[in-house]
Design a protein around this ligand. Sequence first.
Ligand code: FPP
Length: 263
Amino acid sequence: MQALLDALAPDHPDLALAREIDPDRIPRHVAIIMDGNGRWAAQRNLPRVAGHKAGVPSVRTAVETCARLGVEALTLYAFSVENWKRPRPEVDMLWRLLRAYLRLEIGTLMRNNVQFGAIGRLDALPSAVQEALDSAIRRCAPNTGLKLNIAINYGGRAEIVDAVKAMVEKSCIAPLEITEETVSAHLYTAGQPDPDLLIRTSGEMRVSNFLLWQIAYAELYVTDTLWPDFSQRELLKAVLDYQKRDRRFGGLGSREAVNAAHS
Ligand code: FPP
């Protein structure tokens, strides 16, 4: 958190907002459905791919801001298992953008001590994309800060199927040993906390097959802002909104718990 305050100049317009954030209630894991690139482009009479290109700086901002806030994990939904249905030139452009991002942003990832990872059915990606991912993962392996997961060829149901397959393959797991903990330990995000905050841009009220298991108790934040316009300020607003929530996890909220204790 202090890293964010230190990074903002005294006259930065986001400083007052950043100072409102409670450093003791930073979400451990933030997940983002980056939506609205196509609409951003359509509003400007540009091809859809121009919207994806314009979304790359928002990726950089989200990564840097989460790293400075002290968020432990950030998962970005870049390409779903369903996205192969998009026109071939658009899909090819997304692969080019991802490779360019990894090439150009490796310095930002290293400066911010980011541990880079990718989740999804990565074997099905073009080999050049797999190589670029592997190289970024290797370069960032010594880092100890924010865990950045880029979800690519990702589906929440596919992830659960893959976890079940992995458990069955380990025939040593007896039915009684199949618990919520063992399932979690076989997901792509094994070892990471579940998302506390799920952000979706561009106003759609859907979870779109994203981290279905892990978002069981996530707080949802939907903004009408389109992904290319999603700024540091927008992210800070989402975190502040999250900090106002009374998380119940199926039990009593903190106010009700106090009242129940006194009754
Ligand atoms: C959804 O917008 C966005 C995507 C499917 C791709 C997201 C990709 C990027 C932000 C750029 C590259 C990513 C990285 C990680 C460097 P949409 O096309 O569905 O928008 P629409 O709903 O307005 O049509």
